[in-house]
Design a protein around this ligand. Structure first.
Ligand code: CUA
Length: 340
């Protein structure tokens, strides 16, 4: 091959590589990673991108060179001479892609295996998914439950996930992993958060009418702040009374959908809880019975103007003391004084 041809091929290849690299690096394609698992996954992404840029620039260089030098003359209507049987070329174009795919495959297998390793002492979080809410329970922190996922920084966490109805999927973009939550089986996900912050928890499986509302937050905290939160939440609930009811109301995120003045909640998705006395009358139940039914079996009676199947039924699985505290908290003060 002539020296000039090699120089031209290299030049075209460099231009193509520079263009592709600018597209890859010039945009903020990925969220900023916030876990060790995300770091590994994004490393794989960039490895595959680098290999793709290499292949793209070789192909582009040969294509552009051929278009310039082997173009048919305007009056040439014949086919070129048939070419077949170049063993050396065939070995090269088989071997190179095989090696590249093996590199990507082996690297992916290593990342997959390391990302599912929870180590010897992970923090266990029981995740329950239900149309259309997430619930997070901490069995080793006094069974504290919350509507948002709180995680201590740099501690490996194992999510143990169950669905109470249909298939949901757990996704935090900054953690880079997705895991389906499937009725009848328990799935797990290992996360080691390495950046403080609040990140969205998103359901990524179309699961019904409220799918788009099935969102929560993952809050990565300093370990000391996490411990303080867990201790405060479990003792607030254990203390009983209105403080316990308010703690459950806030932990379960009721205010995201309901208005309730006593808690400073202004949600508009579900019925206004300050009108609960009226709704109980319409349902023909005493106020406490109506509140209990609405939490445990929300579709039994839905106030006019609100669709069924939006209020999650998973709150019925709250520990009994938490459920009682919540119901007590929601009973309007005026009716409390009327009925003994
Ligand atoms: Cu749950 Cu979409």
């Amino acid at each position: 091959m002539r020296r000039g041809a090699v120089v031209q091929l290299v030049l075209f290849g460099l231009v193509a590589a520079a263009f592709a690299t600018a597209v890859a690096l010039g945009f903020h394609w990925l969220p900023d990673p916030a876990s060790k698992q995300a770091d590994r996954i994004f490393f794989l992404y960039w490895l595959a991108t680098a290999i793709s840029i290499l292949v793209f620039s070789v192909v582009t260089a040969v294509l552009v060179y051929s278009i310039i030098h082997f173009r048919a003359a305007p009056d040439d209507h014949g086919d070129g001479p048939p070419i077949h049987g170049n063993t050396r070329l065939e070995i090269v174009w088989t071997l190179v892609p095989t090696l590249l795919v093996i590199v990507i495959g082996v690297a992916s297998a290593i990342v997959l295996s390391r990302n599912s390793d929870a180590g010897t002492n992970p923090l266990i979080v029981n995740v329950t998914a239900e149309q259309f809410a997430w619930q997070f329970a901490y069995p080793h922190q006094g069974n504290v439950t919350a509507a948002e996922l709180r995680l201590p920084l740099n501690r490996t966490v194992k999510l143990v996930m169950k669905s109470r109805d249909v298939i949901h999927s757990f996704w935090v973009p900054e953690f880079a992993q997705k895991q389906d939550v499937v009725p009848g089986i328990t799935t797990t996900l290992v996360i080691t958060p390495d950046r403080l912050g609040t990140f969205p928890v998103i359901c990524t499986e179309l699961c019904g009418l409220g799918h788009a509302l099935m969102r929560s937050e993952a809050i990565v905290m300093q370990p000391a702040a996490f411990d303080a939160w867990a201790k405060k939440s479990s003792s607030a609930v254990a203390g009983g009374g209105p403080a316990a009811g308010k703690a459950v109301f806030q932990a379960q995120g009721c205010g995201a959908c309901h208005t309730f003045k006593a808690a400073g909640a202004t949600g508009k998705v579900g019925p206004d809880l300050d009108n609960i006395y009226k709704d109980a009358q319409l349902a023909g139940l005493s106020v406490p019975d109506f509140i209990r039914q609405s939490i445990v079996d929300p579709n039994a009676y839905v106030p006019p103007g609100f669709p069924k199947n939006v209020m999650p039924g998973n709150f019925g699985s709250l520990p009994k003391d938490q459920l009682d505290a919540l119901i007590n908290y929601l009973v309007p003060t005026s009716t409390k004084t009327v009925s003994p």
